[in-house]
Design a protein around this ligand. Structure first.
Ligand SMILES: [Zn+2]
Length: 452
């Protein structure tokens, strides 16, 4: 049987095939607006099913709605249990203003070593590399001690209620696995010649606060006969703007700052100074440290008033809140009570959009990922740090089922992460990263599942 290195060398000769597969996926417009009917992920799932069938890999499509299918492929090993799940999602966010795009968003145009299109980065690059890795392992007749699965879910961009959330709830057996890898981490930061990969071990929580300001309607020509709700809003906004969140440096990333040549041991007292020093040298890292050392409370939407000549009786302010993994809604409530103290005639409620979640950093999966990334880019000087991301992905669903799940996509360190522009205009992925990711997924699966 071929050695792992021989398998990895094959990937370099399959670049055209990887790019073609990736472009086919981008050309399927699986746009998820969040309002049914939407997504149409079944079109992508059927494409993947047929593509895998060609490689003699069996898969099935399961969905809460016939048009919103989730693709589940299982490659069995000698042992019954599945050891690894390769996760991704098939839906993409809508295109905001097509006229700003250099290339038509679903054309998957290749230019300057990149493939452009909505979903080219999020998440069809990861999906293409996982599919190609599975196909190449299969073509080479590799047998596995432990089985693995590939699951491409629907609806990641709108909370996963038709995708991984639904699978975890109604069909947890389809996700059964010891370990999983998904989007939401694995980017590289270069600092002083060293290269540090950030392994996504967790996610901040996301909550929404709706604050309602109550007044009394009156004709705007005699405003003193009513009570204008907008003045309560104005006071609340001022206080939220000057709110100072509690600082915290207990997340695992802060134990690894020496990897970035930061010598000071971070504490809640000195963290803002460390961030200020870092800002001119590495803005990306500074932003990450700022986001991971505090809760954020951000006003995002205002709704109110019914007529331009009426004193508004009701105004609602929506705030986006990102909490650290150990801050719950009770913590948020205490903070809000303090911030909004003594503003009359208001009430608020809190909605959980995503509960914060975390996997341990020191696991067999991490060891295997480190080896795989080194092989994929041919470097043995990579350093690693555990990262909690400010956004959230489907990873919270397997984590809640007890599956150790990491955000790791195998990208190439010289592929500029600012060009990917996920969710933005001219989203793209570097072909260099499609290749390194295919190698990375292949090496991980081979190693962790006992390929031979
Ligand atoms: Zn995504």
């Amino acid at each position: 049987m071929p050695s792992l290195q021989t398998l990895l060398d094959q990937v370099d000769r399959k670049v055209d095939e990887i790019v073609a597969l990736h472009r086919s996926l981008v050309r399927i417009p699986t746009v998820n607006t969040g309002f049914m009917p939407t997504g149409n992920e079944t079109a992508a799932a059927e494409f993947i099913r047929d593509w895998l069938a060609n490689e003699k890999v069996e898969s099935s499509i399961l969905g809460r709605d016939p048009d919103r299918g989730n693709l589940i492929a299982v490659v069995p090993g000698r042992q019954k249990k599945t050891r690894l799940m390769l996760m991704s999602h098939t839906d993409v966010v809508p295109v905001e203003n097509e006229s700003k795009w250099k290339h038509e968003p679903f054309s998957a145009t290749v230019a300057g070593g990149r493939v452009y299109g909505r979903g080219a980065s999020d998440c069809k690059a990861l999906l293409a590399s996982q599919l190609m890795a599975v196909a190449l392992l299969k073509r080479n007749g590799i047998r596995f001690e432990h089985g693995f699965r590939l699951v491409a879910g629907a609806d990641e961009e709108h909370g996963g209620r038709w995708g991984f959330g639904w699978l975890a709830d109604k069909h947890p057996e389809t996700l059964e696995s010891e370990f999983a890898v998904n989007e939401g981490g694995g980017t590289a930061i270069e600092m002083g010649g060293a290269i540090v990969y950030l392994l996504g071990v967790g996610e901040k929580g996301r909550l929404e606060v709706h604050i309602r300001f109550k007044g009394e309607s009156a004709h705007a020509s005699v405003p003193w006969t009513g009570k204008n709700a907008s003045y309560g809003l104005s006071e609340a906004l001022k206080r939220i703007e000057s709110y100072t969140p509690e600082l915290d440096t207990s997340l695992p990333l802060f134990d690894h700052l020496s990897e970035f040549a930061i010598e000071d041991r971070p504490t809640p007292k000195n963290i803002d100074r460390i961030i200020a020093d870092l800002e001119p040298k590495n803005r990306r890292l500074a932003t990450l440290l700022r986001a991971l050392s505090r809760m954020t409370l951000t006003p995002t939407m205002i709704k109110g008033g019914i007529k331009s000549n009426s004193v508004p009786e009701m105004i609602e302010l929506t705030c986006d809140v990102r909490t650290l993994p150990f801050q719950n809604d009770e913590y948020l409530r205490k903070q809000l009570d303090d911030v909004l103290k003594d503003i009359p005639d208001i009430e608020y409620d809190i909605d959980y959009m995503s509960v914060p979640n975390q996997s341990p950093f020191d696991t067999e999966l991490a060891t295997s990922i480190k080896k795989a990334q080194a092989l994929a880019i041919g470097r043995d000087d990579i350093r690693w740090a555990p990262m909690v991301s400010n956004g959230f992905t489907d990873s919270r669903f397997p984590r809640n089922l007890g599956i150790v799940t990491y955000g790791w996509t195998g990208v190439h360190p010289t592929d500029d992460p600012t060009l990917t522009n996920a969710h933005g205009t001219n989203e793209s992925t570097g072909i260099l990263s499609l290749v390194s990711a295919t190698k990375a997924m292949m090496a991980l699966t081979y190693d962790l599942c006992g390929g031979r």
